[in-house]
Write a new protein. Structure first.
Lengths: 113, 110
């Protein structure tokens, strides 16, 4: 089944403890992206990647890192999480040029205490 | 990326056709128009995409006038399970940028 898989689905952590949220897609897509969704603020793009080793900042990149060493994986790294990074995170991917037909993962609900 | 404007919310009843219009006055020549549906705590789901005129798939139709400054998502015979937030996005396909607006919250009543 074609899908975007995020792990973990739920995570509670403490301030300052480094964490990684993994994202993997099995559709050989070039484009991958991370979003956070907060009440009243909607979906905001954190980082995106247009291919292996090519990443760029979205609208809210502060406090996050990403890497794209392989086409299928696009992990989101929080080096020193803070409570304001408590949010619902989504990873998404799409292939090629020609529109915005992204496939989204099921989400990761992160709580930083 | 072109800015979009949609109604914040809409109400409908089961079995009715729902039309949600999105304005995108600054759409560029190579921009596509894409609609997503999102249920609470789930990732957005791609519904339909178009460039001009009319596009139809198994769940919706998308109407785009000749000037492309607006588009209308049409959901035939909605059911309670169509209660969700609907987002209209406009942009070209050669960028990783994807900006969601505030979306339209559709409430379908019995």
């Amino acid at each position: 089944e074609a899908q975007v898989t995020q792990n973990p689905r739920y995570l509670i952590t403490v301030t300052g403890k480094k964490l990684t949220v993994t994202c993997s897609q099995n559709m050989n897509h070039e484009y991958m992206s991370w979003y956070r969704q907060d009440p009243g603020l909607g979906l905001r793009q954190i980082y995106y990647s247009m291919n292996v080793e090519v990443t760029d900042k979205g609208d809210v990149p502060e406090g996050y890192k990403v890497s794209r060493k392989e086409k299928r994986n696009f992990p989101l790294i929080l080096e020193s999480p803070s409570p304001n990074q408590t949010s619902l995170y989504f990873c998404a991917s799409r292939g090629g040029v020609g529109g915005y037909g992204y496939t989204f993962g099921s989400g990761t609900r992160l709580t930083v205490v | 990326l072109a800015k979009t404007t949609q109604p914040i919310s809409m109400d409908s009843y089961e079995g009715q056709e729902v039309n949600i219009t999105c304005s995108h006055n600054n759409i560029a020549t190579n921009d596509y128009i894409t609609w997503y549906q999102q249920f609470p705590s789930q990732g957005p789901r791609f519904i339909i995409q178009g460039y001009k005129t009319k596009v139809t798939n198994e769940v919706a139709s998308l109407f785009i006038p000749a000037d492309r400054k607006s588009s209308t998502l049409s959901l035939p015979r909605v059911s309670l399970s169509d209660t969700a937030v609907y987002y209209c996005l406009v942009g070209g396909g050669n960028t990783g940028k994807l900006i969601f607006g505030q979306g339209t919250t559709l409430q379908v009543k019995p």
